[in-house]
Design a protein around this ligand. Sequence first.
Ligand code: ADP
Length: 191
Amino acid sequence: MLNLVLFGPPGAGKGTQSEKLIDKYRLVHVSTGDIFRSHIKNQTSLGQQVNQIIAEGNLVPDSITIAMLEEEIKKNPHAEGFIFDGFPRTVAQAKALDNFLMDNNTSITGVIALDVTEEELTQRIAKRQEISGRADDAADKLKKRIEEYFSKTIHVLPYYDEQGKLSKVNGIGDIETIFAELSAVIDEYNA
Ligand code: ADP
C-alpha cells in the first residue's frame, strides 16, 4: 500500500494537491476537515459536538478525531492506499495512526510537508474566505488555527523525521509545478 501524509499549515494547498494525487496514484483521500464539515452540514451528533470547536479555530480533541479516522479507514477495506490530509495534527494522533496501521499490517510510506510562508498563507485564506464563507477562515479564527499549528501540529514533523519518513516540497508556485515535485517524491518511494 501507498500511505501518504500530506502535511502543512492551514492554506498550504493540501486539499488541492490531494485531489490531484488521488487520481494519479489511485488513493483514497481522507481529509479530516472535510469529514468534520460534512458531519456539521448533516447535523449528525458528531457534527453537533464539534461545530463550535471548529468554528473557533481550535483542534477537535484527539479521542474524537482518532475514532473518526479509524472508522474512515475501515470503510475502505480494498483501498490501494490512503492520502491523509489534515491528519495527524498532534503527536498523539500520529502515534495512534501508526498503531492502527500496524494492526492492519501496513504503515505510513512517507510524509510530505508543503513549505509555505506565513505571509502567503494569510493572503491565500483571506481570498478563500470570500469564496468558501467558512466561519473558521475569518481573520481572528485563522489566527487561532495558525497558533494551533505552531503550538501542536508542528511537533508531528520531528516525529516522522526521526523515522526517516519526512520530505519537504516548496508549496509556493503554480499548482502543476508543486504537483510535479510531489509526484517526484512519491515515485522515489516506489523506485
Ligand atoms: P485547513 O487545512 O484549512 O486548516 P481543515 O479543513 O483541515 O483546515 O480543518 C478545519 C478544522 O477542522 C481545523 O481547524 C480543526 O478544528 C478541525 N480538524 C481537522 N482535522 C483535525 C485533526 N486531525 N485534529 C483535530 N482537529 C481537526
